[in-house]
Design a protein around this ligand. Structure first.
Ligand SMILES: *Cc1c(COP(=O)(O)O)cnc(C)c1O
Length: 344
C-alpha cells in the first residue's frame, strides 16, 4: 500500500438510507450533490436506486446530467440551482427537474423548455435560494397552471432541534403551500430527525446517508487507512516538520504517513488531530504537509504498517472538530489520490 486507502461501505449507506426512510411515512429521496459528498455518485447512485430510492437531488444541471447517465431512465433527478441560463440542453438531455427559484427562472424555463417538468423552491426564511412569500403570491397561479412536480424549501437550523427557526420555517412553508395539490419537501437529514411534522411527502437526506451528524445513529461509511512510509526516533530537544512546530520533550518515536492537505486532510487541524492504530490513539505532531503527516507512535506497540484517520474509532465529525469544521467538509474534501475500494 503506497497511497492511503479509502474504503467506502455501500451497504452502510443503504442501511442509513433505510433507517432515515423508516423514520416516517414520507417517501425518502437522496442528495447526491458534489459527487455524493465526495464518495462517488457512480457507486452510491446505483446502490440507493437498487435499495428503492426514486428521487435524487443534485446542486447543478451538470451533475444531474452525469447522474442520469449513471442511473438511466426512471428515477427523478431534481436540480437545486433550478434553471440557470445556458442549462436548457443539459436539463432536456438529462430529463432533469429544475427546482425553479425565481420569476426569471420560471419564465426562462417555460420559454426554453415548454412542457418540461419542473419544481418550485420557496424561501421560508433561510434567504439563500427560492421565492420569498411576496414573489410566490404574485407568481403562484401562473406557476401552478404549469403543474409543478414538487414544492420544496430548506431549513437553516435543522441541526439544532431546539432552535425556534425550525418551527418558524415550518409555519411559513405550510402557509405558503396550504391547500395545493402538489407534493412537498422540507426536510434534509436534520429535518427528518425533527419529526414527522417536517416530512411532508418527500424527504431529502444527504449527510446522514454518508455517516455524518446530525444523524447520530448513522453507520460509519468511510474508512481511511494511511500507510507508514518511515519511522524514526527523535531525541529530546529535536524538532519535527515545517517550522520546527513540534519539539520532543521525551524520546519520541515518529511515523511519517502518506497523506496530507492535498488529500483533504485540512491543514488547520494541525496538532489537534489524532489517528489510531487498532483503536489506540496516536497524536499527529508538527504541521500537516501537502503529502504527509507526522505522528507520535511512542505509545503504540510495534511498528504499525498504517494508521487510521477515519473509521469506527473516529468519525468524520470527530476529524472535522480537529479542523474547526463540519463532517460535510471533511467528506467533500476527501482526496482524488486515495485508492478507493467499495464494500458492496
Ligand atoms: C445539501 C442539501 C440537502 C441535504 O442536506 P443534508 O444536511 O446533507 O442532509 C437537502 N436539501 C438542500 C436544499 C440541500 O442544499
Amino acid at each position: 500500500m503506497s497511497v492511503a486507502q479509502l474504503t467506502i461501505d455501500l451497504p452502510a449507506i443503504v442501511a442509513n438510507w433505510r433507517a432515515l426512510d423508516a423514520a416516517g411515512q414520507a417517501e425518502t429521496g437522496a442528495v447526491l450533490k458534489a459527487n455524493a459528498y465526495g464518495l462517488g455518485m457512480d457507486r452510491v447512485g446505483p446502490a440507493l436506486a437498487t435499495a428503492g430510492a426514486r428521487h435524487f437531488f443534485v446542486a447543478a444541471a451538470k451533475e444531474g446530467r452525469q447522474l442520469r447517465r449513471i442511473l438511466g431512465p426512471g428515477p427523478v433527478i431534481y436540480v437545486f440551482s433550478g434553471h440557470v441560463p445556458g442549462d436548457a440542453d443539459l436539463i432536456r438531455a438529462g430529463a432533469l427537474v429544475p427546482l425553479i427559484n425565481s420569476v426569471d427562472q420560471l419564465l426562462l424555463h417555460v420559454e426554453s423548455l415548454p412542457g418540461h417538468p419542473f419544481g418550485i423552491q420557496l424561501d421560508s426564511g433561510m434567504n439563500r435560494l427560492g421565492m420569498e412569500p411576496a414573489e410566490w403570491s404574485a407568481l403562484r397561479d401562473l406557476a401552478l397552471a404549469q403543474k409543478p412536480e414538487l414544492i420544496m424549501s430548506h431549513l437553516a437550523c435543522a441541526d439544532e432541534p431546539k432552535h425556534t427557526m425550525n418551527m418558524q420555517q415550518l409555519k411559513t412553508f405550510s402557509e405558503m403551500t396550504e391547500g395545493l395539490d402538489v407534493p412537498r419537501s422540507l426536510a434534509a437529514t436534520g429535518g427528518i430527525l425533527l419529526g414527522s411534522a417536517y416530512h411532508f411527502e418527500l424527504t431529502r437526506p444527504g449527510v446522514g446517508l454518508y455517516g455524518g451528524l446530525p444523524f447520530v445513529d448513522a453507520k460509519p461509511v468511510v474508512t481511511l487507512d494511511i500507510p507508514v512510509i518511515q519511522t524514526r526516533e527523535v531525541q529530546i530537544g529535536e524538532s519535527v516538520g515545517y517550522g520546527n512546530a513540534f519539539v520532543a520533550n521525551r524520546l519520541t518515536r515518529v511515523a511519517t504517513i502518506a497523506a496530507g492537505y492535498a488529500d483533504g486532510l485540512i491543514r488547520a487541524m494541525g496538532p489537534r488531530a489524532v489517528v489510531t492504530a487498532d483503536g489506540v490513539k496516536a497524536p499527529v505532531i508538527g504541521r500537516v504537509s501537502m503529502d504527509m503527516l507526522t505522528v507520535d507512535i511512542t505509545d503504540i506497540d510495534g511498528d504499525p504498517q498504517s494508521l487510521q484517520m477515519l473509521g469506527v474509532h473516529q468519525s468524520v465529525d470527530t476529524v472535522a472538530e480537529y479542523a474547526g469544521t463540519i463532517g460535510y467538509e471533511v467528506l467533500t474534501s476527501l482526496g482524488a489520490r486515495y485508492d478507493r475500494t467499495y464494500v458492496t
